[in-house]
Design a protein around this ligand. Structure first.
Ligand code: NAP
Length: 322
């Protein structure tokens, strides 16, 4: 088998890197690192395959890589890739659905609990030595069980979240996607609704849909105005789906009780971002899939995808480019 050239643009666990090295030559260069940026661009003309994540690839980069046959993303979301340009050049885009579904759903439900029960604020109070009396009404949180959960984007992760909420916490579930989706739950536990009805009726609104031209900025002033006063918003999808200025306004006006954000417009979150230390925002550093087990499984799947395509075999998960 001909050895090909693979550009690895994110850290991979040693055993996964070894799997690639057994069959191909490897160049490691992450363009987000100043000292590796030049090496990344110098490698492009030679590469047959690329594997990584969290780097925005564009058509100009693809133009510099005429031999590129496969881009294997270590993620399920593919918003960082120029889909049309990949399709036009016949490059296969692979991703890692399913293996991260349950871990992301765990985190999102954890954010529902943490925001509603004010876990981070209360923990900070203890750490700062401000727990001097029994807590009173100013410190109380709000119940989660029995409240209505609205899920925007009812795919693999949305449905895994719904199972936790409906079966574990007795929460009625409202869900919204463009096409009708089976709830995957016993009758009466979940209902498909339009976005407006979901925003108006849910106590918790969880975003877990892809970032696309249609969803960029979807949650802005009008969406916040529809939300139930005291609703809690969790963004587990991608930052630009929520208009950050409108989110801050909704928190400050009291429309929104709290927000849990795992994703942001700019990541890592800039130090001067007002979202960073807002008392009613639980801000996490994009850790939806960040467990040892899941990141290992994602890396393994992404390497299998890459190697399969370079061998002329079907990958485990190619993203449909149309
Ligand atoms: P999925 O199975 O493809 O589910 C996506 C859902 O969103 C589908 O039900 C889809 O249904 C719906 N959707 C797409 N466009 C929509 C629109 N314009 N309006 C309403 N619904 C829309 O994907 P998944 O595996 O659940 O992952 C979902 C997203 O979660 C990913 O794209 C990624 O951005 C995010 N994610 C975040 C993390 C993290 O670390 N925070 C980790 C993993 C994934 P229709 O096509 O019928 O509308």
């Amino acid at each position: 088998m001909t050895r090909r050239c693979v550009l690895v643009y994110r850290d991979l666990p040693g055993p996964q890197l070894d799997r690639i090295r057994r069959e191909h030559d490897v160049i490691q260069a992450d363009p987000r690192r100043e000292d590796q940026r030049a090496a990344f661009f110098e490698a492009l003309p030679h590469v047959d395959g690329m594997i990584g994540s969290s780097v925005r690839l564009d058509a100009a980069m693809l133009d510099r890589a005429p031999g590129l046959r496969v881009v294997s993303s270590i993620s399920v979301g593919v918003d960082a890739y120029p889909l049309d340009a990949l399709r036009d050049r016949g490059i296969v885009l692979c991703h890692t659905p399913d293996v991260l579904t349950e871990s992301v759903a765990d985190l999102l439900f954890g954010m529902v609990l943490a925001t509603s029960r004010r876990m981070c604020e209360m923990s900070s109070m203890v750490r700062a030595g401000r727990w001097l009396h029994n807590v009173g009404a100013d410190e109380y949180g709000w119940d989660v069980h029995g409240k209505t959960l609205g899920i925007v984007g009812y795919g693999r992760i949305g449905q895994a979240l719904a199972r936790r909420a409906a079966l574990g916490f007795g929460m009625p579930v409202l869900h919204h996607s463009r096409r009708p989706a089976d709830s995957g739950l016993p009758d009466g536990k979940a209902r498909a609704v339009g976005l407006d009805e979901l925003l108006e009726c849910a106590d918790f609104i969880v975003l877990v849909l892809p970032l696309t031209g249609q969803t960029r900025g979807l949650i802005g002033p009008q969406a916040f105005a529809r939300m139930k006063p005291g609703a809690i918003l969790i963004n587990g999808a991608r930052g630009p789906i929520v208009q950050e200025r409108a989110l801050l306004d909704a928190l400050d006006s009291g429309r929104l009780r709290a927000a849990g954000l795992d994703v942001f417009d700019v990541e890592p979150l800039p130090l001067d971002s007002p979202l960073r230390d807002h008392p009613r925002i639980l801000a996490l550093p994009h850790i939806g899939s960040a467990t040892h087990e899941t990141r290992t499984a994602m890396a393994e799947m992404a390497v299998t995808n890459l190697l399969n395509v370079l061998r002329g075999e079907a990958p485990l998960a190619a993203y449909p480019l149309g």
